[in-house]
Design a protein around this ligand. Structure first.
Ligand code: NAP
Length: 348
């Protein structure tokens, strides 16, 4: 009977407590703040918004001591160690650059930027300033992915040849929402495709070619797309994403020595089945009891450990990997949307 490795770092409360500033009191900031307050020793000490009133309401709702009607004021707060950038995609880079210039460590929501070139600006600035920077690819810090990582490192799957996954949900059509508005970086690829390509590269490594097909919304963003990514050794990732319908949102990592089927929703807390070639399947169950975005807490604990260890990037999701994933998404979006679709701040 095959036995699975145990997840490491599952005790979130042993991570040193950092003082967090949350930028953008919206949907994900709410889930992040609740998750870290419920499951970690991390402290959310400040929040900023474009409106002092909205920041104040968020602070009151979550027991946060400082609220600011300007992001610059939060960056200037000496009681903030690390800033969580939780605004629409197109605002990530300018705000991350300002936070880094103020000497803060940054956790930037996914995607770090809307192009690889813009993400490189954040990476260059963080490296020059010597501060910690990470894209909030929270899936990589979940217990199940640590077990999958150990299986891959141990060669339990043999030669990994195929990764297949889908991720989609039905977003009500609203041309002004961040899902459909091109001015806010709308589209399925930047919102959900970033997970697909990140987890695919976790399983297979870097890709050497991209083939992408998709459909556009009336606002001109990609609403549904499928990608085939090839590695230099001919292994492939086959990925689909949509904003038009709920998909199974499952993932499969398939090698010559066995396969792993990750339950829906594969980017959140949950289990998987490992089927080694020639012997019985074994299950990994997530026993933490954490549901869906409560799992955001794992990445916050990981950031705290990395910073306490003096690291300036995540060993589990290095900055060069963030750039490589965005490079793949740039190419997929070019193929679906046309050459002018990848806007870079540097070019403006
Ligand atoms: N990790 C995950 O599971 C996950 C899930 C959802 C979203 N996300 C990511 O988190 C980011 C935010 O998503 P969300 O759904 O939380 O967004 P949201 O609720 O629409 O917006 C977040 C906040 O950003 C500010 N904001 C809105 N539009 C803005 C604009 N045009 N310019 C500057 N600030 C603006 C607003 O705060 P004020 O108006 O008060 O300033 C708003 O409360 C996205 O990049 C997304 O990819 C991650």
């Amino acid at each position: 009977m095959t036995t699975l490795p145990s997840p490491r770092f599952s005790n979130q409360r042993d991570a040193p407590a950092l003082r967090w500033g949350v930028v953008g009191p919206g949907a994900i900031a709410t889930d992040f703040t609740r998750a870290v307050q419920a499951h970690t020793t991390q402290q959310v000490v400040a929040v900023s918004s474009r409106s002092a009133e909205r920041a104040g309401q968020f602070a009151a709702a979550h027991g946060i001591r400082s609220s600011y009607g300007s992001h610059a004021d939060l960056f200037a707060d000496p009681n903030v160690d690390v800033v969580y950038i939780a605004v629409p995609h197109t605002e990530h880079v300018p705000l991350a650059l300002d936070a880094i210039a103020a000497g803060k460590h940054v956790l930037v929501e996914k995607p770090m930027a809307t192009s690889a070139a813009d993400a490189q600006l954040v990476v260059n600035a963080a490296r020059a300033a010597g501060v910690f920077a990470m894209e909030a690819l929270w899936a990589k810090y979940l217990p199940k992915f640590d077990v999958v990582r150990q299986l891959l490192e141990d060669g339990a799957l043999g030669d990994v040849r195929l990764f297949s996954a889908d991720y989609g949900f039905r977003a009500p059509y609203d041309p002004t929402s961040r899902f459909f508005n091109p001015e806010l970086g709308g589209g399925a690829l930047l919102d959900l495709g970033v997970y697909l390509v990140s987890v695919a590269s976790f399983a297979l490594g870097e890709f050497s070619s991209v083939t992408a097909r998709g459909q556009l919304s009336p606002t001109g963003v990609d609403v549904q797309s499928s990608l085939i990514l090839d590695t230099p050794t001919g292994a492939q990732a086959v990925l689909s994403t949509t904003l038009l319908a709920d998909t199974p949102s499952e993932a499969n990592i398939i090698g010559t020595g066995g396969r792993i089927a990750i339950d829906r929703v594969f980017v959140g807390p949950g289990g998987f089945t490992f089927s080694p070639a020639g012997s019985g399947a074994v299950r990994f169950e997530d026993t933490s009891g954490l549901l869906w975005r409560e799992g955001l807490s794992y990445q916050a604990s990981a950031v705290a450990r990395f910073i306490a260890d003096g690291l300036t990037e995540s060993p589990l999701h290095p900055l060069d990997e963030t750039i490589a994933v965005l490079d793949t998404l740039d190419e997929a979006r070019r193929q679906i949307l046309g050459g002018g679709s990848i806007r870079s701040m540097e070019a403006q």
